[in-house]
Design a binder for this molecule. Structure first.
Ligand code: 5GP
Length: 174
């Protein structure tokens, strides 16, 4: 199979299992920081198990006009000290997939320009591949829901036909 199709149920279960491990490790963030668009739903599921407020930023790897991938992610929405002061807080960044790692590296470095805080990362999926970005040393924990092969992932929230998507996820992810 060239692509993955993951169901809401699988995603929920991966996050639940990882949340259990995170809580058992003794780590508890003050905030979940969703990196949108893909991190919104995983962050909301994570909050079911780790009861912390969600704040958001939104980054894009694609230029809306040309549709091409950009080397530096574009800030669609960002946060500042006036909207929320995360200074001295423990913040858990949440994204759906670590692909080349460019987004995570950029997001961590940009946040650390504004805030002196403790940052950790939760990604639902990590693709096992060569990474272009580096997780900055300042990151305290890197939590990974599931390691997967380097294939394109179709997430249920992108599905135009969720019934067809769920059928593909049942057939193809064994
Ligand atoms: P990176 O910066 O790690 O290369 O890419 C991270 C972002 O690219 C993700 O947050 C996601 O929006 C997008 N992305 C990368 N790989 C995939 C994939 O296989 N499926 C989907 N749906 N998005 C992906």
């Amino acid at each position: 199979m060239e692509k993955y199709y993951f169901s809401y149920r699988e995603i929920h279960e991966i996050i639940q299992q990882k949340a259990k491990e995170i809580i058992s490790s003794g780590y508890m963030p003050d905030y979940l920081l969703a990196i949108g668009g893909g991190g919104y739903i995983p962050a909301r599921i994570l909050r079911t198990f780790i009861h912390r407020p969600i704040v958001t930023v939104s980054l894009s790897r694609y230029d809306d006009i040309t549709g091409k991938t950009v080397s530096i992610p574009i800030k669609q929405q960002w946060i500042d000290k006036i909207s929320i002061d995360l200074t001295d807080k423990k913040v858990l960044l949440v994204d759906e997939v670590d692909d080349c790692r460019t987004t995570l590296e950029y997001c961590v470095n940009e946040l650390l320009k504004t805030y002196d805080m403790e940052l950790s990362i939760f990604v639902l999926h990590n693709k096992l591949k060569e990474k272009h970005g580096k997780i900055p040393d300042a990151v305290k924990h890197m939590f990974i829901g599931k390691e997967i092969e380097n294939k394109w992932i179709n997430y249920p929230w992108d599905a135009l036909d969720i019934t067809a998507h769920e059928l593909l996820s049942e057939r193809n992810n064994d």
